[in-house]
Design a protein around this ligand. Structure first.
Ligand SMILES: [Zn+2]
Length: 157
């Protein structure tokens, strides 16, 4: 199916995850590989139009990697105009934990106290992540997200 989709999209010139933009792909630093199995249930993963998740297409690049196992519901979006996942597949609890971690973290750089890069460098140090470029909330599991909230709370004391 995806080989056929790839041939079709290339022939039509339409940019899709099966015929991604080379420029956009080259711009993504530290790309994660396309997921093949779900980290939550080990189910198979499919590249889908996100209308399969939301009931209608959502966003300028409406695609996602989604777990095919019934009842799992884990998915992750893609960097625009690429086939590169934004992070690891997130199930409901992981999505909620990442949302809370971002809500705690984003004000640090949005306030202008630090640049976004400085804020991530600080967070990486606080979490003991060696490389700042591997510090992405979209890559974190529930417990790491909880540590994000914790280190930010502690930094305020
Ligand atoms: Zn799953």
């Amino acid at each position: 199916m995806s080989a056929m989709q790839e041939a079709f999209d290339r022939a039509s010139g339409k940019k899709t995850p099966w015929n991604p933009s080379r420029k956009a792909t080259a711009r993504v630093k530290n790309p994660l590989p396309a997921p093949t199995s779900c980290p939550h249930c080990n189910g198979a993963v499919d590249l889908v139009n996100n209308s399969a998740i939301y009931g209608r297409e959502y966003g300028e690049w409406p695609y996602a990697y989604a777990c095919t196992a019934a009842g799992c519901g884990a998915y992750v979006g893609l960097h625009p105009f690429t086939a590169i996942p934004l992070g690891t597949l997130a199930d409901g609890p992981t999505r909620a934990a990442r949302k809370r971690a971002k809500a705690a973290f984003n004000p640090i750089w949005q306030s202008g106290r630090m640049t976004r890069g400085e804020a991530y460098a600080w967070l990486a140090r606080a979490l003991g992540i060696e490389k700042t470029e591997e510090c992405h909330i979209g890559w974190f599991d529930v417990s790491t997200c909880q540590r994000v909230e914790q280190v930010i709370r502690e930094s305020r004391q």
